[in-house]
Ligand binder design. Structure first.
Ligand SMILES: [Zn+2]
Length: 243
């Protein structure tokens, strides 16, 4: 199968993820590219990120605020406004129920994105429940947002996005060329300073060799994704256009 490439730059794109930093890993290069071309980018983060520490003595209330600030910084580094929607569900306990779906549908109806991005909930052998549930919420939030009789109490006009892009895709079939935007993606990832040790394996941010190692790992993944479509550096997705 040959993957499709490069959607037309959307006017508005909404990225829905479980935790601060997921969007940057999944689609940071794509969002940086679109933002540079004038796209408005909105992050929606479903959980409070309060489990994101290996330190048993961590002050988790403080960690939540730190991670929100980091996510706003990452959004700005991608060229977005830094205005991030935080739903604030407890990290590790996200569910994809009606209340959460209503929140996502409301966010979609307010922002009116042309493209919605989210975790692929059908990725096999995925362990983290938040990623699975956030994926279902992106899919099911689109369904609810597009039809007028879902959540009428929102008193918001319904909205049907054109495309849903699922990152961490089980069966990727679309690649965005991110050549020229890899450094933006990495800069946005590094904005998540509290996560350097746990998700980026950087124990010491002053260590040039650890940062280089992280950069080379990011580049390796983007080369692998790009190869699906004959590109040097890409981000791969499952694209759903029949919304
Ligand atoms: Zn995550």
């Amino acid at each position: 199968m040959v993957a499709s490439t490069d959607l037309a730059v959307p006017a508005r794109a909404m990225a829905i993820a479980a935790h601060p930093d997921d969007v940057e890993f999944g689609a940071g290069g794509t969002l940086a590219k679109w933002a540079a071309a004038g796209c408005q980018v909105q992050h929606v983060i479903c959980t409070d990120g309060s489990k994101g520490s290996w330190d048993p003595d961590e002050d988790v209330a403080k960690l939540v605020l730190t991670r929100q600030a980091e996510q706003r910084d990452a959004s700005r580094r991608l060229g977005a406004s830094g205005d991030v929607v935080f739903l604030g569900w407890p990290d590790g306990e996200l569910e994809s129920g009606t209340r959460q779906r209503s929140q996502i549908a409301g966010a979609i109806r307010r922002f009116r994105p042309d493209v919605v991005l989210g975790h692929d909930p059908w990725r096999r052998y995925r362990l983290h429940p938040d990623h699975r549930h956030a994926g279902y919420l992106a899919v099911e939030g689109v369904v609810a947002a597009r039809d007028p009789h879902f959540f009428p109490e929102q008193a918001l006009p319904h909205h049907r996005p054109a495309t849903l892009l699922l990152f961490e895709a089980d069966e990727p079939d679309h690649v965005e060329d991110v050549s020229g935007f890899v450094d933006d993606k990495i800069a946005a990832l590094l904005a998540h300073r509290s996560q350097l040790r746990s998700t980026m394996r950087v124990d010491d941010p002053a260590s040039t060799s650890q940062l280089e190692q992280f950069r080379s790992e990011v580049f390796a993944v983007l080369r692998e994704h790009g190869a699906l479509a004959g590109l040097t550096h890409g981000e791969a997705f499952k694209a759903i256009t029949d919304l």
